[in-house]
Structure formats: structure tokens, C-alpha cells
Design a protein around this ligand. Structure first.
Ligand code: UT7
Length: 329
């Protein structure tokens, strides 16, 4: 009988713009205050890409760093997945642009759209392909430049978002390392909570859609907040149950970074000390699907996430979508 293949994380990487947009900067742009932003969201600053830059620039840099950390050559990568809601273009896929940029000559490449949950969806896709024995190495990237779809005259959204990308290299692992469980969910009934109204097939771009600001992200903040708190708890519970781990087994929780109050609600629900939760929301804001792999990469590079640690990653976002996974590094 052939041995079951288990996929795991071989390396992590991330890439962030240098330019900082602080709360003080935002105070000059819209009617807001540092005090409001910090108490309601936990955010102090976020990173913003330069004009002319695109998601693939950061996605490729994050992928290269992850490959270097994994010790895997780009030519050996079989599949590249990029989770994004701000692709360079509607098509071709940003993953294809990354494939060419990093020289992954034999890789298949595609984008996937699950908003802020996209990284978890990407992981589940790639893990399935590796564990089925169809591919050996995958690069899963999440990259978004939300500044490109943010209305910087709308104080209810513009204080929240930032730009960046994160990536992991996945491949077969030995022993008790690897992915133990996934939970993925959706509820299209909440599609209006978080959406980009125009530019798709329902409402193609016209001078009118531009004038009406329909190419900017729209969010019903409070509804999304309530959904987020519920989804984080339920999805984490599910992967713990599926994998047979207890909340006490979690070495590190790596949640989507949308709001410190949402993260704190999850932390308290699972009785985790602050040092068991990775938080980057104060310095990068909400970077959509990228927030989990950026936080993961920082935790690995700072030595907070170590080989053998059990991590739970959990996120939620537009769709509505949500997801979680339990993985031993
Ligand atoms: O990753 C995708 C998922 N997204 C999320 O998870 C976001 C979830 N939602 C949230 O994080 C929160 O709902 C927000 C941070 C977006 C908003 O916080 P909130 O505590 O729900 O505030 P609110 O929307 O209820 O607004 C409270 C007040 C309102 O004024 P009034 O009506 O009470 O006079 C807003 O107009 O705060 C006002 N407000 C602001 N004031 C200063 C809204 N935005 C701002 C602002 N600065 N930037």
C-alpha cells in the first residue's frame, strides 16, 4: 500500500510597500481622528503602494522570499495560486504574471476570488492537489492593493485598508507536520455586505459608474463585524473538532487582521493569552487576503512560530466567505 502524503508549509514570505499612511495623515484627508481609529479598529498605520505598482509586484516578491525560505527552486514549482480581489487586470490571472516573473517554468497558475478568506481557500486547493499526489510543490500567494479600490473621501472605509502580499510554499512533509483540517464556508446572501459594485458583467465600466464611485469597495461595517465574530469562532471550533485538537493545543492563532476588537473576541472565546495571537493590524491595517500570510511570515521570521508548533489560521470576508485551518509547522 502506498503511504498517505501529507502537505505542509515549507517556507513563508511577504512583501509590503515602504510608504506609510498614518492616522495623522488620514486626519488631514477626512473627518476622523487617531483616537476614533485606534479605539474602533486598533489601527495606527498602514502601507500604501506607489502609483504604477501592481499586485503582481508584491505577490512575486513574497513568492520569491517564500521559495528562498523553503529552499525550493522556482523551476520545481508545479502550481501557483494567487488569491486576490485586486488583480493587475481582470485577466490574465495575476498568478500567470507571477509565474513568468519568478521563472516557474513548469507551473500551472490561476487566481482565486474569496476576498479576505482567499488565502485559506488557496491553501485548501493546493493541499488537496499535493495530498492527491498530482503535484509536489505549490506556491500559495495572497496579494491585494486595496488602496486601488478605496474611496479616500469615505471615512467609513478609507481608514481601514492597506496594501501587501504574503506567500507560502507547500509540499510533502514527514512525521506529525502538515495540515490537519480545513473548514471553508460561504453565504452569498450577504453579498452586499462587502462588494465592488461596478466593473464586472452586471455593471460594466461607464463614465456614469466612474462618476458615481461604483468602482470603490462598499462595506456595511456593523453587519460585517457581527458576521466576522460569529464566523471566526465557528470556523475555529470546526477545525479543532475535525482534527481532534483542543483549544489548549493551539500554540499560535493567526487570524485575519480586520479589527483588533474582532481578534480579541476570538482570543477571549478560546481563552488564549495575548502572546498566542499574532497581531499586525496596528501597523498594516486590513490587507484583505494577504493579512494572514503576512502575519504568519512575521511570526516565523521573529521566531514566534517555530517548527512543531500547532497553528490555527482563520479568516472571513466578502462573499460572504470564511475559513480556517489547523497546521503543524
Ligand atoms: O476584511 C473584511 C471584513 N471587514 C471587517 O471585518 C470590518 C468589520 N467592521 C468593523 O470593523 C467596524 O464596523 C468599523 C471599524 C468599520 C466601524 O466601527 P463601528 O464601531 O461599527 O462604527 P459604526 O460604523 O457604528 O460608526 C459609529 C460612528 C458613526 O457616527 P454616528 O452615526 O454614531 O454619529 C460613524 O459615522 O462613527 C462614525 N465613523 C467615524 N468617525 C470617525 C465612521 N467612520 C469613522 C471614522 N472616523 N473613520
Amino acid at each position: 500500500m502506498t503511504e498517505r502524503i501529507r502537505a505542509g508549509i515549507l517556507g513563508t514570505g511577504s512583501a509590503l510597500p515602504k510608504r506609510v499612511l498614518s492616522n495623522a495623515d488620514l486626519e488631514k484627508m477626512v473627518d476622523t481622528s487617531d483616537e476614533w481609529i485606534v479605539t474602533r479598529t486598533g489601527m495606527k498605520e498602514r502601507r500604501i503602494a506607489e502609483p504604477g505598482e501592481a499586485t503582481s509586484d508584491y505577490a512575486a516578491a513574497a513568492a520569491e522570499r517564500a521559495l528562498e525560505a523553503a529552499g525550493v527552486a522556482a523551476e520545481d514549482v508545479d502550481m501557483i495560486l494567487c488569491a486576490t480581489v485586486t488583480p493587475d487586470m481582470m485577466f490574465p490571472a495575476t498568478a500567470c504574471l507571477v509565474q513568468h516573473r519568478i521563472g516557474a517554468v513548469k507551473a500551472g497558475a490561476y487566481d482565486l476570488s474569496a476576498a479576505c478568506s482567499g488565502f485559506l481557500y488557496g491553501l485548501a486547493n493546493a493541499v488537496s492537489m499535493i495530498e492527491a499526489g498530482r503535484i509536489r510543490y505549490a506556491v500559495v500567494i495572497a496579494g491585494d492593493l486595496l488602496s486601488r479600490i478605496t474611496d479616500y473621501t469615505d471615512r467609513s472605509t478609507c481608514v481601514l485598508f492597506g496594501d501587501g502580499a504574503g506567500a507560502v510554499v507547500l509540499g510533502p512533509v514527514e512525521g506529525d507536520r502538515g495540515f490537519y483540517a480545513f473548514d471553508l464556508g460561504s453565504d452569498g446572501g450577504g453579498a452586499d455586505y462587502l462588494c465592488l459594485p461596478a466593473g464586472g458583467s452586471r455593471m460594466p465600466a461607464t463614465a456614469e459608474t466612474v462618476a458615481n464611485k461604483l468602482h470603490y469597495l462598499r462595506m456595511q461595517g456593523q453587519e460585517t463585524f457581527k458576521f466576522a465574530v460569529r464566523a471566526m469562532a465557528a470556523s475555529t471550533e470546526k477545525v479543532l473538532t475535525q482534527s481532534g485538537f483542543e483549544k489548549e493545543d493551539i500554540d499560535l492563532l493567526v487570524p485575519h487582521q480586520a479589527n483588533i476588537r474582532i481578534i480579541d473576541a476570538a482570543r477571549k472565546r478560546f481563552g488564549l493569552d495575548e502572546d498566542k495571537v499574532v497581531v499586525t493590524v496596528h501597523k498594516y491595517g486590513n490587507t484583505s487576503a494577504s493579512s494572514i500570510p503576512i502575519a504568519l511570515d512575521e511570526a516565523v521570521r521573529e521566531g514566534r512560530a517555530k517548527p512543531g508548533d500547532l497553528l490555527v489560521m482563520v479568516g472571513f470576508g466578502g462573499g460572504l466567505t470564511w475559513g480556517a485551518t489547523a497546521v503543524r509547522l
